[in-house]
Design a protein around this ligand. Sequence first.
Ligand SMILES: *[C@@H]1O[C@H](CO)[C@@H](O)[C@H](O)[C@H]1NC(C)=O
Length: 431
Amino acid sequence: TPQTVTWTLVHSVMASVLGSLQIGYHTGNINATQMVIEEFFNQTWKERFKETMSLHALTMLWSFTVSTLALGATVSVLTVGIVADHYGRRNSILIANSLSLMAVAFMGISKTAGSLEALIVGRFLIGLFCGLNMTLIPLYIQEISPTRVCGAFSTMNQLSQTVGTFIGQVKSCLENMLGTSRWWPLMLSLSAIPAILQYLTLPFCPESPRYFLINCHEDELAARGKIVYRTRLKNGVFLNGHGCVLMGHLEPGGVSKVIHERFRGLINSFGTQPILIALILNASTQLSGFNAIINYSTKIFRLAGVAHPTQTTLGIGAINILFTIFSVSELHTELSFSFLAGTGVFHLPISLHLCTQGEVPWTKYFLLLALFTMVAFYEIGPGPISWYITAELFSQSARPVAMGLTSSWNWFHNFIVAMFYQPLLSWVKHF
Ligand SMILES: *[C@@H]1O[C@H](CO)[C@@H](O)[C@H](O)[C@H]1NC(C)=O
């Protein structure tokens, strides 16, 4: 069978990346809404306890609200292997989608019900959704795509997420949009649109043929899927199942093959401690602070005295999209570690400005430059590549378990950053 791109394939990829769009949306929509929702927290608190909320309590509560997403994902990603093998890839995505709809219901009623808990529960449910879908969707795409286009389609998934983040930022940023004290519950609930759209499209897409073959031993169903998707079988294993690494976005052969060999060399020179490398790599990627920017940039800009904090956050989103495209077309793999170090170096001017706040106003331009460069560096270097290296570190048989554990470890550090960035910032500013 020739490896051509069929309509079914395009339809399936489009339908599944609607999930990534939702992940992105909920990553981006709480950044600029911070002040508005904090106000709601403050009011609810006053009504309930008959006293105004302390700044410390508010900071902690908001940080917790933001970080529960990562907490949910830390938990759910541990179950994704079992879920994906038991229900199949496509059905698991559909199951995960129901979590998103539930989350949206909780978030939507939180203001009317005067319940900040509902918002937190909603964030947690979205977290469960993210943990599952960040693995399920790339897995599904990887298994249904012919080798030749696997990389391109996986890129589309990545892009869908970044675009989602940008939409979330736009919706919450602009004052005449929905990030107002009146409309924020509706704004948070808008991800129901791609969720419903996914329910209208994905059920008509075939299951991954590789799943039928390997997990269900259903040769006939697999063969039918194979025809639909025009993937090729070799010795009973789909070619693309081998080449396009789980959660990575590379196809075998050509450039990526060279990169693959370089990685092997690099890894061998580290010695044979793949688990240690995977743990350090994933922790450092998160601790680079990229997600602190994604979650709190508006607040950072406001503290730094930048003129238009919410609009500047849109700039962050735009840079994020731009360099996601750039990074997947030009994989700067060997430089990945330098870029990781670069994100570290750029923390210096940021700290400098925040510590000398107000006294040396022009340092805020350094802060802006540093933040923008950090986002770019992250997307070129450690962001996408840490997944790829992690997958490369483990043998085929150990990979599913190892990837589950390291993903959970990765999300856990995402949680740490989201939870403790703000308290740390106010603590530092006391000096
Ligand atoms: C909560 O709102 C009151 C006014 O209603 C304000 O004085 C107080 O500073 C607010 N608390 C925080 C932590 O922003």
